[in-house]
Design a protein around this ligand. Structure first.
Ligand SMILES: [Zn+2]
Length: 109
């Protein structure tokens, strides 16, 4: 069993857990009480933790969560590279027209 993630916000842990469980990866959440703030539990720096039950699933689980950890800025970088219909050049998604011949980008579906 290996810990794959911890976060101060239990909602994030629960969200990640649901993603992994949907893929059939068994998980365990520890320190749930730390996030509840009932007053019964003394303040600690213990955060809710998400554990993967089977070590053999760890690599797969990590690969699934990694994109969520490293989401870049929205917009620009998320636009796909497109190919100019006029000259066949490959153009970065940031550009609204072909850098080579000036043809406008086709509509993004
Ligand atoms: Zn072009």
């Amino acid at each position: 069993m290996r810990k794959i993630y911890e976060h101060a916000d239990y909602a994030v842990i629960g969200y990640y857990q649901s993603i992994l469980e949907d893929e059939g990866i068994l998980t365990l959440v520890k320190n749930v009480g730390a996030a509840m703030g009932t007053g019964e539990i003394p303040f600690t720096e213990v955060y809710p933790e998400l554990w993967v039950m089977n070590d053999s699933d760890y690599g797969r689980a990590e690969a699934m969560l990694a994109p969520l950890h490293h989401q870049g800025p929205p917009e620009a970088t998320t636009l796909p590279v497109w190919t100019c219909a006029s000259c066949g050049e490959t153009v970065d998604g940031d550009f609204g027209e072909c850098w080579n011949c000036g043809t406008e980008r086709p509509p993004i579906p």
